[in-house]
Write a protein that binds this ligand. Structure first.
Ligand code: S3P
Length: 435
């Protein structure tokens, strides 16, 4: 069953909130915990559909996993060579991260496996992983570069030196996971820094790897040792409330225990440059990842040219940042973000369409968008099944002249279970209706 949101205009965002666990780290905790020797205890795990798809995939491959129960997951690691052939295809739902990371990990196993996904995932590019994996000796069939992926196991992979053609943590991570099984060294060089959760977790579980400038190198044949993993709150989920507080006068919100890994904080940097009042307190480190409480108090925003180097650091936050731009004074220009066109939806086009419906001048370009701040009206927008687009337009209602209806919202459950309840608690006037 699908969902739609009816969001009534006005309101402000206040209080102390803890958003669910980080999606990227939750996926990796299952993958590496499964391959480790010993029992990995995870807390703060994201009980959203994407991370649960990864968890289910490893159960299907014979890993004993207890939970999740209130964010707690216990994974009985099977070691690097303990996965079992699944009896069925692994359905990864909406999750690009699951499919791209698993393709690397599974290319090196001694069994065949098929990876499938939902309509959105079935349209997403996979050659970015299958091409370099083929150079390593993997054998994977795609449907014209898209899922399903038929992975033929039993191949001995060999290490490669690979320069990523795009800034992608998923591709980097895929190759590092494959590299753990390859003969020799695998080096991945990225054109710009991307999230480094895989590298941090590998290090935390005792797998040696070297970082030199923009190149990370891993050698096959070592092992992972189980550990405790405390998953911080997801800065990508916190973003909706950060933007909400930044656009709605009278707002003052604190997001608790949020991951502020330097490769993820583009949203803070960009909002600050737009004039947002953001402060960090209680900075600490947990399980190799920096965390903090993030306080956002309303302050008027201005349009900016978004710095190129911030793009990979804020890649999932642009739908929400476009709402901030719509509420800012002046023009915001984004370039160098063509990757947004191949996310869960074409986020440039879908956001431009929705903003236009709401009366905002938003011009899509090949690799970005130009948004002129204005007055948000009312109307009906379509999220195209993209969780982040649904949540972004929900926040736009705070500054809208009338009600905003958002269609196709069920996929919010992929990354943010309990979004509607938390948004209501924070001050958003939102109703969720079965569709
Ligand atoms: C992710 C990497 C990013 C991001 C995605 C999660 C990850 O994708 O958009 O939501 O967990 O590695 P790309 O690496 O394709 O940019």
């Amino acid at each position: 069953m699908n969902k739609k949101y009816i969001v009534h205009p006005g309101g402000k965002i206040t209080g102390e909130l803890r958003v669910p666990g980080d999606k990227s780290i939750s996926h990796r905790s299952i993958m590496l915990g499964a391959l480790a020797e010993g029992t990995t205890e995870v807390t703060g795990f994201l009980e959203g559909e994407d991370a649960l798809a990864t968890l289910a995939a490893f159960r299907t491959m014979g890993v004993h996993i207890i939970g999740p129960d209130k964010g707690k997951v216990t994974i009985h690691g099977v070691g690097m060579h303990g996965l079992k052939a699944p009896a069925t295809a692994l359905d990864l739902g909406n999750s690009g991260t699951s499919m791209r990371l698993l393709s690397g990990l599974l290319a090196a196993q001694d069994f065949d496996v098929t990876l499938t996904g939902d309509k959105s995932l079935s349209g997403r590019p996979m050659k970015r992983v299958t091409d370099p994996l083929a150079l390593m000796g993997a054998e994977i069939e795609t449907n014209e570069g898209k899922p399903p992926l038929n992975i033929h196991g039993g191949k001995q992979l060999k290490g490669i030196d690979y320069e990523l053609p795009m800034a992608s943590a998923q591709v980097k991570s895929c190759l590092l996971l494959a590299g753990m099984y390859a003969n020799g060294k695998t080096s991945v060089t990225e054109p710009a820094p991307t999230r480094d959760h895989t590298e941090r977790m590998l290090g935390g579980m005792g797998y040696p790897l070297q970082q030199q400038g923009s190149t990370v190198t891993i050698e096959g044949g070592a092992k992972l040792t189980a550990t405790r993993i405390d998953v911080p709150a997801d800065i990508s989920s916190a973003t909706f409330f950060m933007v909400a507080a930044a656009i709605a006068p009278g707002s003052d919100v604190t997001l608790k225990h949020v991951g502020i890994n330097p490769t993820r904080i583009g949203v803070i940097n960009i909002l600050k440059q737009m004039g947002a009042d953001i402060s960090l307190t209680n900075q600490a480190e947990t399980g190799g990842e920096p965390v903090a409480d993030i306080r956002v108090q309303y302050a008027p925003l201005k349009g900016i040219q978004i710095p190129q180097e911030q793009v990979p650091l804020a890649i999932d936050e642009f739908p929400a940042l476009f709402i901030a731009a719509a509420c800012a004074e002046g023009q915001t220009v984004l370039t160098g973000a063509e990757e947004l066109r191949v996310k869960e939806s074409d986020r440039i086009q879908v956001m431009a369409d929705g903003l236009t419906t709401l009366g905002i001048d938003a011009q899509p370009t090949a690799d970005g968008i130009v948004i002129n701040g204005g007055i948000i009206g009312s109307g009906e927008v379509d999220s195209h099944g993209d969780h982040r687009i649904a949540m972004s337009f929900a926040m736009a209602a705070l500054q809208a002249g009338g009600t905003i209806q958002i269609n196709d919202c069920a996929n919010v459950a992929t990354s943010f279970p309990g979004f509607v309840e938390l948004a209501m608690q924070a001050g958003l006037n939102i109703e969720e209706i079965d569709d």
